[in-house]
Each structure stands twice: as structure tokens, then as C-alpha cells.
Design a protein around this ligand. Structure first.
Ligand code: NA7
Length: 542
């Protein structure tokens, strides 16, 4: 392949849910687009996260594309919550059905993207030594796609097998007869632990912070039921789009203490029996804003843990203390029950911190744990990690890393001032990770595609967020977050899991429905907060 820059209209980085749909929409606009993907196939997060027990914690019938009625009809989900292999099969089906692969460069990492101010184009440099020049660059890199590196002393000295949940071997791992240590009890750990416990001779779970987890109540889906849901899908999806979290549940109308103690308990029990991530959070409308209301839901969740886990000391160690929901609530199948197994031991790192990983296992303050395998379920450099992994340079030679030195700043979570013609799909400052990602992805991709059509129709080819628009958006998003309990937790929402990362609460908390209306309003008002112009008129007002 020549090292000369190939010219296209748009480069899309990433071939997960966002990148695939972006390619569909760019083709509809008649634009020549290339998707660049570091994996050797489609799927994004669902390509990499192959750990045992990996499944979506949003219901399958909502965690799927809605843009094609034919696709909706022909794909029949088999379970309430789809497993990673089923979601990956779905995305492969989408790639084939819409003939997307011919415009995707696999096994290619985007290393740098540089904006050329002279002609308003991006030069995107890739790991194979080639580069692409494009008018537009869409970062469809995912929010949870840059695995966090284990930051524990002695990590490289361990002589046994090591695995990271987000980089799981394609051929799988057999833990039969092994002594396994799992570090991390976020969603990945909580999904993997029950499955690993079924195989391992002995499983030691090294827990730093306990998490709230709701029962999934997963179940097979009858094809007849799926067909009925699909037949009425437009209404279901409309409700999801207008909801807070991108799921088709009506928002609660009452506050926690507006009802009697009995009624409150009944609603929590009802949610717990229904299962799913919103089991408790959808019971009352002040869950995220009122400390006492949140406390009531916390107490219910802790009581459930103590009812399930037989050993009181283990139950106490598994009981979280933070405001429920302020670190992402997990969804599990038999997670707490797993601690009743004879081959599973919880190691509470708050009582005995890890001193080092050794050649033979893990040494805590109290003792040495001898292990054959170590599983790191330690999460991601969330929301900004995958963007910062690319050397992105905008106007005036300023890099994105420099622009975001004190935390990410965007306009609508879609664009960054000083980085014209670059779009972020579900970037920081948008609901993204607080929502059903696929609903948010479709909204962003549609918004970007409509914006590009607007530029085409008006003979324009350069769009840039203004500093003033961005400042106002950042202040607005911060104000919204500050009115909730969210920023208080040491979560990956604020970057607290990555040493040295600026502590800024990154997502937009006011719900998908409100956010969608605000984005549409911006477009209706001639892209208020953006400067639209032609490449040869840079510096003059549009
Ligand atoms: P998370 O939610 O970031 O969880 C990571 C876990 O790893 C969490 O329990 C951390 O404890 C723990 N961790 C991280 N570093 C260490 C060290 N050094 N020592 C001990 N424990 C550590 O990542 P997941 O992959 O589980 O889930 C991410 C999202 O993917 C999830 O929310 C879903 O949206 C899908 P900590 O809480 O920092 O004390």
C-alpha cells in the first residue's frame, strides 16, 4: 500500500455499534467513508470483552439498532439479556447485511489525527504506516474501550497466567483445577466471578470497594413474545428515546417519602423481583438527588445481601457504603450466592490491603495467597482514555490532551472547540454511559449525519464549536451534576479510578429525553454555538 495520503470524505475511528451505524449514514449521504478498527473484526467493546459471563445489562430488545425495520424483524434475540457472543453475532450480521466490511480497515490502529487549517481537512495516521485525508473525522472509539492497566506493585513478577477481562483470549480459558485470584468487583468482575467459581478449584476475590448489584432475572425469550414486541416497536423505542436512561420505563412520579413505609418496601420488592439495573432507581424520582431517599434504597440493597450471603462477616464486607447508583450499579446472576460456595473466599482489601503481586500469587498485609491464575477485572480509562490514546492535534498545534488537561470540555459531548470537523459519538458531556448506549449512539449518529447534510445543502464544509458555546455547555453540565449525588463517589464517572486523571464528573445527568431536545434545538437554531463556514473562508464569519 502506498504511504501517500488517500483522500476520503470522512474517517470513522472504531467499528463498534457507533462506527458501524455511522458508516451506514455516511453512505446514505453519498460520502466516501472509511472506518478504521484496531481489532481484526467488528464489535468494539463486544469484540474485546469475552470474559466468562459477559453479557449486556440492558435488555436485548432495547440494546439493539432501531434504524432498520427489516433488521429489527429478522434478528430474534434469545434471552432477556444477551450474552457477549450473541451481541457479537448480531454486529457481524449487521456488518454483512449492510455490506459494511468493504469500507473497514481492520487490525489497524489510528495513532494520530492532525487538523490542517489551510484546507480544513484531517490527516489520520495509522499503525500500518499509511494515512488518510478526510474533511471529517468521527471518533466512534467507545467509552469503555481503553483497558486500565493493573497498577499494583509486582504485577510483572507473577509466574502464572494473567488475564484482563477487557482483553480476554478468543479461545477462552479453562480454570478447571486452578487456584484463581480475581481483582476487581465492578460489573466485569461481578459477571465473571460466578462463572469462574463454577470451574476453579479455589477462587479468591480481592475486593477493594463492594458494589451494589441488582438481580438480572435473566430468562429465555419466546420468539412469539419477541415478534409481539417488534410489532409495536416504534412506541417502545419512542419511550426509550424520551426517557432518562434510554430504556422504555415510565419515570417515577413520586418521591421516596411521599409514600408509606409499607408502600416504599412494596415498590423496592417489586423492583427487586423484576430485576435489572433500574430495579430500585426507577421506584422513586428522588433516588439520585435526595440523600435520605438514596439511603433508603441503599438499606434495602444491603439487607438483600445479608439475606443471601450466609456468613455474616462476608456479607458485611460485601455491603457497599456509597450512595447507590453513584458508581455504576451492576446486574448479576448469582453473584452474592457465589460467596456461599466452599471454594470461594472473599478477601476484603479494606481490612488487608494488597502489598504486592509476587511470583506465586498475591501478598496482602495478613498473608500470602498462592495462585495459578490472576484475573484483572480492573476496568477502563473511561470516556476519555480511547481519545487520549490517539495523538489528536487541532487548530494552532494544540493537542486534545492539552485542551483537556483539567478534564474533558466539549460542546454537547459532540464536538470540541479548536477541533473543527471532528465529531465525538457519545463523548463526555453527553448522557452516554448513564444511558442505554445504543439509543444514545443512534441519536448522536443521526445528529451528526443531519448536520453533515445541512452543510452539504448550504455549500458549507467546516463546522467548529465556539469557545463560548462550549464554556456555557460545560458550566451547564457541571451545574446539573452538582445538583445530584453523582459527583460524590470515587467512580470512573469522575475519573477517580485512574491515578492522576483530573477529577471531573463527565456525563450529562439530565436524561436522554431532555438532552435530545437540547441537541435538536441547537440544530433548529442554525447550529447555535457552532461556527459554520466554507474551508476557503476560515477567519471570516459565515
Ligand atoms: P469498574 O467498574 O471500573 O471496576 C473495576 C474494579 O476493579 C473495581 O472494583 C475497582 O475497585 C477494582 N480495582 C481497580 N484497580 C484496583 C487495584 N489496584 N486494586 C484493587 N482493586 C482494583 O470496571 P468494570 O470493567 O467492572 O466495569 C466497567 C463498566 O463496563 C461497567 O460499569 C459497565 O458499564 C460495563 P475500586 O472501586 O476502584 O475500589
Amino acid at each position: 500500500m502506498s504511504t501517500e495520503d488517500a483522500e476520503v470524505d470522512a474517517v470513522v475511528v472504531g467499528a463498534g455499534f457507533s462506527g458501524l451505524y455511522m458508516l451506514v449514514r455516511l453512505r446514505e449521504l453519498g460520502l466516501r467513508a472509511v472506518v478504521v478498527e484496531r481489532g481484526d473484526d467488528v464489535g468494539g467493546t463486544w469484540y474485546w470483552n469475552r470474559y466468562p459471563g459477559a453479557r449486556c445489562d440492558i435488555e436485548s430488545l432495547d440494546y439493539c439498532y432501531s434504524f432498520s425495520p427489516d433488521l429489527l424483524r429478522e434478528w430474534v434475540w434469545s434471552e432477556r439479556y444477551a450474552t457477549q457472543p450473541e451481541i457479537l453475532r448480531y454486529l457481524n450480521h449487521v456488518a454483512d447485511r449492510f455490506d459494511l466490511r468493504r469500507d473497514i480497515r481492520f487490525s489497524t490502529r489510528v495513532e494520530a489525527a492532525r487538523f490542517d487549517e489551510q484546507n480544513s481537512t484531517w490527516t489520520v495516521s495509522m499503525s500500518d504506516g499509511t494515512s488518510l485525508r478526510a474533511r471529517f473525522c468521527v471518533m466512534a472509539v467507545g467509552n469503555l474501550s481503553e483497558p486500565k492497566r493493573p497498577d499494583i506493585p509486582g504485577f510483572t513478577s507473577f509466574a502464572g497466567e494473567t488475564y484482563h477481562t477487557a482483553l480476554w483470549p478468543r479461545e477462552g480459558v479453562d480454570f478447571t483445577g486452578k487456584r484463581v485470584g480475581v481483582i476487581g468487583t465492578g460489573s466485569s468482575g461481578i459477571q465473571a466471578i460466578p462463572r469462574i467459581a463454577e470451574q476453579a478449584e479455589a477462587l479468591f476475590v480481592f475486593q477493594r470497594t463492594p458494589n451494589y448489584s441488582m438481580p438480572a432475572r435473566n430468562t429465555p425469550l419466546e420468539p412469539g413474545y419477541v415478534a409481539d414486541v417488534v410489532a409495536g416497536y416504534e412506541g417502545r423505542r419512542r419511550m426509550a428515546r424520551e426517557s432518562d436512561a434510554g430504556v422504555p420505563f415510565p419515570a417515577a412520579q413520586q418521591a421516596t417519602f411521599e409514600v408509606s413505609d409499607e408502600e416504599r418496601e412494596r415498590r423496592y420488592e417489586e423492583g427487586w423481583a423484576r430485576g435489572g439495573i433500574n430495579s430500585l432507581s426507577y421506584a422513586f424520582n428522588d433516588f439520585f438527588t435526595d440523600e435520605e431517599a438514596n439511603q433508603a434504597a441503599q438499606e434495602f440493597a444491603r439487607r438483600k445481601i445479608s439475606e443471601i450471603v450466609r456468613d455474616p462477616e462476608t456479607a458485611a464486607s460485601l455491603s457497599p457504603a456509597h450512595h447507590i447508583g453513584t458508581k455504576r450499579t451492576c446486574v448479576d446472576t448469582d453473584y452474592f450466592q457465589t460467596y456461599n460456595r466452599d471454594n470461594v473466599t472473599l478477601v476484603d482489601l479494606r481490612k488487608q490491603p494488597i502489598e504486592a503481586i509476587t511470583e506465586g500469587g498475591i501478598r496482602t498485609r495478613d498473608r500470602d495467597y498462592s495462585l495459578d491464575c490472576l484475573v484483572f477485572a480492573v476496568g477502563f480509562d473511561a470516556m476519555t482514555g480511547a481519545l487520549r490514546a490517539i495523538d489528536i492535534t487541532g487548530c494552532g498545534g494544540r493537542t486534545l490532551t492539552e485542551a483537556w488537561e483539567e478534564g474533558p470540555r466539549t460542546y454537547l459531548g459532540l464536538a470540541v472547540a479548536g477541533f473543527p470537523n471532528m465529531f465525538l459519538v457519545t463523548g463526555p458531556g453527553s448522557p452516554g454511559v448513564l444511558s442505554n448506549m445504543v439509543v444514545s449512539i443512534e441519536q448522536h449518529v443521526d445528529w451528526i449525519a443531519d448536520c453533515l447534510r445541512h452543510l452539504q445543502e448550504h455549500g458549507l464544509d467546516r463546522i467548529e464549536a465556539t469557545e463560548a458555546g462550549q464554556d456555557a455547555w460545560v458550566a451547564y453540565v457541571n451545574g446539573l451534576a452538582d445538583a445530584t449525588l453523582y459527583p460524590e463517589a470515587a467512580s470512573w464517572y469522575v475519573g477517580a479510578n485512574i491515578p492522576g486523571k483530573p477529577r471531573v464528573f463527565m456525563p450529562y445527568v439530565n436524561g436522554c429525553g431532555n438532552y435530545r431536545r437540547e441537541c435538536d434545538e441547537v440544530a433548529r437554531n442554525d447550529y447555535q454555538g457552532f461556527t459554520l463556514t466554507t474551508a476557503d473562508r476560515v477567519g471570516t464569519s459565515a
